[in-house]
Design a protein around this ligand. Structure first.
Ligand code: PEP
Length: 251
């Protein structure tokens, strides 16, 4: 089963509308490489103009969160219906920053994954252990629990569409990346958990990214591992040249 590599930039709370437009103008045509899917996950405010700018390109636009209800009295929230209406294709769900700072639980993550599918959005579901969990030998257990929760109630065909991002929390934004061998070990394990939930063919179809201080100079090393299908990248996705180099490096 060949899985198309996917590099997704997670801009977090960076870039105004005009900064996003300038970035896109710089990467257009260059961050479009045969055989690699290129995704930019931007703040909500930049999504309408980015979706417009991305028309006719192979770059997909993603959000970084959604609410699990379609609409309602949820002040400040954005729903899957709204993202679909904009033409957004991907949505990050359960990023560790949302789990840590916005009390996002496995149950909420599951509801959001269902809301994504209901609105034709592809979820990029983040799982990963804290430093103390790693030191206690709990990495695989934590990833298994989070993965099982995220796939709860999905059909095999939906499951095959999910993108999982394995992001050891101690490696996010710290410059301390996991070795590619360690990342492969955990990602291979996550794939085996998915096989246990469904079957080997479904697990073989799921794309699993590594995330955590991925840079242009180490992306190829991760891509060389058999179960690693791309990267979710924060800091190094913010500069056009670096983003282009990440896409090039994933070929
Ligand atoms: C992230 O935002 O998911 C991430 C992995 O950030 P960074 O690449 O900066 O570590």
């Amino acid at each position: 089963m060949s899985r198309k590599p996917i590099i997704a930039g997670n801009w977090k709370m960076f870039k105004t509308v005009s900064e996003a437009a300038s970035f896109f103008a710089d990467v257009k045509g260059k961050a479009e490489v045969d055989g690699v899917e290129s995704v930019i996950c931007a703040p909500f405010t930049a999504l309408p103009s980015l979706v417009e700018a991305a028309k006719g390109t192979t770059i997909a636009i993603g959000a970084q969160n959604l609410h699990f209800e379609d609409n309602g009295a949820f002040t400040g929230e954005i729903s899957g219906v709204m993202l679909k209406d904009l033409g957004v294709k991907y949505v990050i769900i359960g990023h560790s920053e949302r789990r840590a700072y916005f009390a996002e639980t496995d149950e909420i993550v599951s509801k959001k994954v269902h809301a994504a599918f209901k609105n034709d959005l592809t979820p990029i579901v983040c799982v990963g252990e804290k430093l103390e969990e790693r030191e206690a030998g709990e990495t695989k257990n934590v990833c298994s629990v989070q993965t099982v929760a995220a796939f709860q109630g999905l059909s095999a065909s939906q499951a095959a569409e999910v993108v999982v991002a394995y992001e050891p929390i101690w490696a996010i934004g710290t410059g301390k990346s996991s070795t590619s061998e360690d990342a492969q070990d955990v990602i291979g394990y996550i794939r085996s958990v998915i096989a246990g939930l469904y079957d080997d063919a479904t697990a073989a179809a799921v794309r699993i990214q590594y995330g955590g201080s991925v840079k242009p100079n180490n992306v190829a090393e991760y891509m060389g591992q058999q179960d690693i299908d791309g990267a979710l990248v924060g800091g190094a996705s913010l500069e056009p040249a670096s983003y282009i180099a990440l896409i090039e490096g994933a070929k």
